[in-house]
Unconditional design. Structure first.
Length: 189
């Protein structure tokens, strides 16, 4: 079992990163091979809309720091995406990454039954943290649930950490840390 962590916070020890790392640590303890990418540490561009990935190339034409992340998605059984909620959306780092996953879509993904070039059977874990209450993130979760459809994840699991008003506040919320660990226990068999 391979678990890939793609962390979209500029803070490696921030709330969303901490929850993702708890999931990954638990997964590793259950025998999974884990790998983490901190998007903020990588130099990469957003999708250029060039459609080169829909021609003979079949992958993103951009050769930058995001290539290893996009490649690692093919091997992973579980992909963990984590981000803080910034102005009602994921971080800019995460949004640029998500846009680049366009390269994983098949040429005729809109009409085709097969939409993704990724191997089937993958699970996604989507972690979002925020300072405000739960109601302010519903549209984020609804919006990114569409990744399940396009990237053809077998299942998509959400973990929302609300009312985390400052960095590292999640350390004071053992129930959220337990929720991340329990989700890993459920998915790593």
């Amino acid at each position: 079992m391979k678990v890939l962590g793609i962390l979209g916070s500029p803070r490696p020890d921030g709330n969303s990163s901490t929850l993702a790392k708890r999931f990954l640590k638990t997964a590793k303890g259950r025998g999974a091979a884990t790998r983490i990418f901190y998007l903020n540490d990588l130099e990469y561009k957003g999708c250029q809309g060039c459609y080169s990935c829909k021609g003979d190339l079949r992958h993103c034409i951009l050769e930058d720091g995001l290539q290893p992340v996009l490649n690692a998605m093919h091997e992973a059984n579980i992909i963990v995406l984590s981000s803080p909620n910034y102005y009602g959306d994921v971080s800019g780092q995460m949004k640029k990454f998500i846009d680049r996953t366009f390269s994983h879509l098949t040429v005729d993904f809109i009409k085709s039954d097969k939409k993704s070039r990724l191997p089937s059977g993958k699970h996604a874990v989507f972690i979002v943290t925020q300072a405000s209450g739960e109601d302010t993130s519903k549209d984020i979760l609804d919006r990114y649930y569409k990744l399940k459809h396009y990237l053809e994840f077998e299942a998509m699991h959400f973990l929302l950490g609300s009312e985390l008003t400052y960095t590292k506040r999640v350390q004071e919320r053992p129930e959220l840390l337990a929720e991340a660990a329990n989700l890993a226990h459920a998915l790593i068999r």
